[in-house]
Ligand binder design. Structure first.
Ligand code: NAD
Length: 240
């Protein structure tokens, strides 16, 4: 079966690593990026000749943009059997300084985006009796995090949706899973000072941040046709 995947946040970090991994497996790809035009062009150069792909500029916090992604994907490739909801933003701050605007921004980007894309993907997947959905949550979607209450709540919501959606869709051959990375060496963590980084690494049994490719290989495994894993939130933390 010819496979097609939509990957959100594909321009860099974990999303980019997933794109390269799935391209090597022969997937056609719909690469969703927001602002990183130069980086998506770099990725396109890397993928040229390796797989069929289109790039779509979209703000996944807006349902109309997500709808546009699915329209273009269907026009180009027909059935999209795989959805990787990877786009997300982090947010650090004391809870008593949060605002309704921050709530909307974090929840719309990290959760509403996942809800919308799952909703749009599920219709065709149910009709075709096959689908693989992987939602990128976080270790903070499994545990509480001081000064990251909204981020943590949005990632818990992703895990809740994943578990319930799998229960509803698995009878139609659609498996829905979440991955919960610990601390991964991407732009999201560039703000750490050398000292902060050293202190965090002391708390990671393996003694280092994870690599985007290490998260991508787990996500890639969860897209396989021969899969008996559903509704899980899989930690990728090396024991952090
Ligand atoms: P990153 O900042 O490099 O990538 C985030 C991606 O999301 C970027 O491509 C960005 O353009 C995209 N994005 C953000 N807002 C968007 C929007 N409104 N519309 C479209 N795209 C948008 O960081 P990353 O580490 O690769 O993050 C990928 C995912 O992994 C995120 O969901 C993040 O929460 C999750 N995660 C990361 C870590 C980590 O330590 N890096 C840990 C746990 C979970």
């Amino acid at each position: 079966m010819k496979r097609t995947a939509i990957i959100t946040g594909a321009s860099r970090g974990i999303g980019r690593a997933v794109a390269i991994n799935l391209a090597n497996k022969g997937f056609s790809l719909v690469l969703v990026y927001n602002r990183s035009y130069d980086k998506i062009k770099e990725l396109e150069q890397e993928l040229n000749g390796k797989c069929d792909f289109i790039s779509v500029c979209a703000d996944v916090s807006k349902p109309s943009d997500v709808q546009k992604v699915f329209n273009l994907a269907k026009e180009k490739f027909g059935f999209v059997d795989t959805l990787i909801n990877n786009a997300g933003i982090s947010h650090i701050g004391f809870f008593d300084t949060e605002t309704q605007e921050t709530y909307d921004k974090i929840m719309d980007t990290n959760f509403r985006s996942v809800f919308t894309a799952c909703l749009l993907a599920s219709k065709d997947m149910i009709a075709n009796k096959f689908g693989r959905i992987v939602n990128v949550s976080s270790v903070w979607g499994q545990k509480g995090a001081s000064m990251e209450v909204l981020y943590s709540a949005s990632k818990h919501a992703v895990v809740g949706l994943t578990r319930s959606l799998n229960a509803e869709l698995a009878p139609s051959g659609i498996l829905v899973n979440a991955v919960c990375p610990g601390v991964i060496d991407t732009d999201m963590n560039r703000h750490f000072s050398a000292e902060d980084k050293r202190l965090i690494e002391e708390d990671i049994p393996l003694g280092r941040f994870g690599k985007a490719e290490e998260v991508a290989s787990v996500i890639s495994m969860l897209t396989e046709e021969n899969l008996y894993i559903g509704g899980e939130d899989i930690s990728i933390t090396a024991g952090y």
